[in-house]
Design a protein around this ligand. Structure first.
Ligand SMILES: *[C@@H]1O[C@H](CO)[C@@H](O)[C@H](O)[C@H]1NC(C)=O
Ligand SMILES: *[C@@H]1O[C@H](CO)[C@@H](O)[C@H](O)[C@H]1NC(C)=O
Ligand SMILES: *[C@@H]1O[C@H](CO)[C@@H](O)[C@H](O)[C@H]1NC(C)=O
Ligand SMILES: *[C@@H]1O[C@H](CO)[C@@H](O)[C@H](O)[C@H]1NC(C)=O
Length: 239
């Protein structure tokens, strides 16, 4: 396992609620397509580092709020020609007070993006994104949460790396770069461009026997209006 040690505050990464009156253009309109932007098209699937994390069905299953844990941490973005994006992310954050108590974050979201005329990318989530946050030392803090934040990326660049080929750099709203991603496929590998689960009005409640339950044996009860569905055990043997 490769861990990336980031401040806990970074859990709130890459998300920013942006006023809805943002001026946007249609995809492709007024965009400066120069050597920095279209060494190749943004369209396709991109993945960082060891390329262990990918968008698409092998990572997340929104219908039952489950993840397949990749062998390594990383981030992956996909973009379609017709304006859809999908993001998969898997990372660990260290705990400054107790280094043994790492927090894991696994995350999936999709929606529609706009290329703004000033070079920024604006991503509007579809409403079915979700994330799981895990703390090795506090079983009660393990939880599945909705994720439906709009995201603004100040700018993006695509370079051609002599050994690794096309490389995508995204810069978050505060200028922080996202880990460079390599092109996995020029055809986006994504889940269907549709609402993939019920609206997030349900409450997730931990089921089982309290704080002594080990992280390798987490069960959840999915409580919604008039319906309860037990989510299967999430095996985290690689932690
Ligand atoms: C980059 O964009 C320019 C202008 O639209 C276009 O002529 C060129 O073919 C594009 N290059 C690639 C690799 O897509
Ligand atoms: C998700 O966020 C978008 C953009 O802010 C909003 O239009 C949509 O209603 C939200 N969906 C849910 C289910 O909260
Ligand atoms: C680009 O324009 C949008 C919408 O006006 C704005 O929110 C964003 O901050 C701008 N990006 C930069 C890098 O200034
Ligand atoms: C979610 O559904 C998929 C596909 O039916 C299944 O393979 C997976 O085991 C399920 N996961 C959980 C946690 O229920």
């Amino acid at each position: 396992m490769k861990f990336s040690f980031m401040p806990i505050a970074a859990l709130a990464f890459a998300s920013l609620s942006v006023a809805q009156d943002v001026t946007s253009t249609n995809v492709g309109e007024q965009i400066r397509f120069d050597a920095e932007h279209n060494a190749t098209s943004l369209v396709g699937t991109w993945s960082s580092g060891s390329r262990a994390v990918m968008t698409g069905p092998q990572f997340a299953n929104p219908s039952n709020l489950s993840f397949n844990y990749p062998l390594n941490t990383g981030v992956s973005y996909s973009f379609t020609e017709d304006g859809w994006y999908e993001i998969s992310r898997y990372r660990f954050n260290s705990n400054a007070i107790d280094p043994g108590c790492m927090t894991g974050l696994i995350f999936w979201v999709h929606g529609q993006y706009q290329m703004l005329s000033n070079d920024s990318l604006y991503m509007i989530p579809n409403g079915d994104g979700f994330q799981q946050i895990q703390n090795r030392c506090n079983a009660l803090s393990n939880q599945i949460l909705d994720y439906n934040e709009t995201e603004l990326y100040n700018s993006w660049r695509i370079y051609t790396d002599p050994t690794d080929g096309f490389k995508l750099h995204l810069f978050q709203f505060d200028g922080t770069p996202v880990a460079p991603q390599f092109q996995i496929s020029s055809t986006p590998q994504m889940l269907p461009k549709a609402m993939l689960r019920a609206p997030p009005t349900q409450i997730l409640r931990r089921r089982g026997n309290g704080a002594e339950q080990r992280l390798t044996d987490i069960s959840w009860t999915f409580v919604s209006t008039g319906m309860a569905m037990v989510l299967a055990t999430v095996a985290l043997s690689t932690l």
